[in-house]
Each structure stands twice: as C-alpha cells, then as structure tokens.
Design a protein around this ligand. Sequence first.
Ligand code: FES
Ligand code: FES
Length: 400
Amino acid sequence: MNTVELTVNKRGLQRTIEPRTSLADMMRDTLDLTGTHLGCEHGVCGACTILVDGVPTRSCITFAAACDGADITTIEGLDDDEIATELRAAFTREHALQCGYCTPGMLVSARDLVLRLPEPDEKAIRIGMSGNLCRCTGYVGIVRAVKSVIEARRARDIASEPNAGRTVLGPAGSGHKACTVSQQLASTRPATTETMPAIVPLAIPDFTPSTVMKQSFTVAHPPAKVFALFDDITTVASCLPGATLTGTPRPERVEGAIKVKIGPISANFNGAARVERDDANLAGRIIGIGNDQRSRSTTQGEIRYRLLPENDGAATRVELAIGYSLTGMLAQVGRSGLVRDLAARLVGEFAANLDRRLSGDTITATASAAGLNGSSLVLGLLRDRAARLLQRFTGRGDAA
Ligand code: FES
Ligand code: FES
C-alpha cells in the first residue's frame, strides 16, 4: 500500500491506496468525485480528463501513487471557475452536449484551450479537442462553444497564457519529491465525507447566463414610487418568498440566503449580490452568486428590471429579464420548463407582495420565509397544465 498526500479541489488530504489505483478510481471511489467519468479506461476517450498541477491529464491511466504531492482539480472543483462557467453557458447555448457523458472531460480540455489559444482558430480547437471523444454531438456545437468563449475573452482583452500553468516537465503529477503538502496538512481538513464550504467570492463577478427568462407585471403605483422601493433592499428581499438577508445590505454587496425546494431536493442557497441602478432610465440590475452545501449546487443569477409608466403614469409595468446558470445536483432535476414555471410563480408572488408593500400593507414573516416551495408550486402548475390540456381537448375557453 502507498500513502499519498494530494491537494484535491483546494483541500489537502492523505490516503492509503494500492499502488495500482488509478487517479480516476481514487477520485470516484474514495472521494466520491463522480463527475470524473470513465469511458475506455485506457487513455483514448478523454472522459476521465482532470487537471493535475493545472495540466489536463487522463486520470484512468495515471497512477495515484505517482502523483504524491500534486494539485488535482476535478470538474467539481471548477464550479466557481470563471472560464468553466463561461464554457458551461456556451455548451448549453450551442447544444454542445446530448447525453453529457463526455462533457466533464470536454470542459476540462476546453478550459485549457481557452487559456492557451491566442485566437479562436477552428483548426487549432479541433486539434486541441481531438483527445476527447463524443459519441453524440458530431462536435460542431462543441467547437462553436469553445470558439465563442475564446472570441469573447479576447474581445474583453483577456490575453492567452501560452503555457497555461505548465511548470514541470515529465509525466503528469510527477516532480513533487520535495513535497510540501504534508506541512500544509496540519492546518487543513480532509475533504472526503464532509460537505463543501460555501464559497462566495469577495467581488461578485459578471457572467453570461445559460438561461434567460422574461417576465412582467403591473402594479397600480407610479414608477417613481416603485423605483424608490426598489432602492430599499431590505423591503425588496422581504417580498421575495424564501429570501432572508444575513448582513446589512450595501449596494455593492448584499449577503443573504434563499430557500428552494424542487421535488425531493431542498436547498438553501447562501450567497451575495451587488445592485446597480440607472436613475435616468428607471432601470437596474441585481447580480448574485450563491451555493448550497447539501446539494453541492451553485447558481449565478442576474435580474434586470425596467419600469415603464402605464395609465398616464398612475401605474407601472415592471419588465424583468431573469438570467441564471445552475450547476450541481439541482441542475440535474431543474428541467428548464419546470424552472421557468417556478420562476413565473415566484415572480407572481413577488409582484403581489410588492403591491402589498406599496399599498402600505405588511407581509407576514411566515409567508416571506416559506421559501420557493417546489411542492406547492409544482401542484399549482400541474393544475394549470391540466386545465390547459382540458381546454385544448374540449375547446372550452373557461377550463382554466
Ligand atoms: Fe480515460 Fe477513456 S476513460 S481516456
Ligand atoms: Fe454524449 Fe458527448 S454528449 S458522449
């Protein structure tokens, strides 16, 4: 047996393993990091690609014992990574996955290309991705997705890094004889069975949402009054079912939590947001990021709003564009139609609460803390869908 010390997804750990244990088996079987997929198990398909000391590596043909002291990043460790976030959004946008089996390895390899390629050169992308096989897509969407992320980043003046962190020659994971990880272990905790910590960055990053939904509602109050209320973050949060603030809100940073329940999974997203306002156009933007420790799900969201006068300025039409990207377990159950319906109902409740606030009513603590409850909302939307179906079959307009 061999004892190895590794840093996996930023956590130091020590494990005793058999000399023949591959890095992929260690990640999956010992650390429960099952986002590392196994396809061919002999270094051909690329499904098992992970980062070892920052370099994409076939973990199925890399012995864990040979990586003593190495820094490992699996797909789970890229949840908050800026490039991986942009790639996930691009993969969704460009239909770059179907069954998704190859996708974790694809994303790890694509991230390396995004870092290294100076230009969005299609031929170089095809060559760079040729070590990752996909049996479903035909590659066109994958190439388009990678190309679009490189294009967008170079347009934002983010330069390429020719070596992308490659500092050691030799087989992946080697070169750690003078291992310093053991000295760090004393101050770090093992990463195996405990839940991951909530990581909320100090600066709230911009991002490209993978899904954007448009919603609107009207309240019987003038735009200036509604805009003033939108400036009161505490009140706005109290109108949002399940949302609570955990600190004193400031426009550049609002910290809080929101409860969500979809099917069997309930989540409590802790996170932070920043608020931007455009006084001249009665518009604004709220950008947030949060994660749930239990389901290991992360979400980034953006709400853009614009207030338009109606009824000669006596009422306000609130136009919302809600964008989000979701990763982790909730993303598996969060089918887009269901999430869209849930968001529509959330906006409906928000609008009703907002109207009450503007009319001087208070919102009961119980109602506000009830959360975005998938069970009750799903029942409601099933009712609506059943009514719509009935209407279609009977041709009756009053079925709903
Ligand atoms: Fe490792 Fe196929 S499973 S390359
Ligand atoms: Fe199915 Fe690539 S999406 S293997």
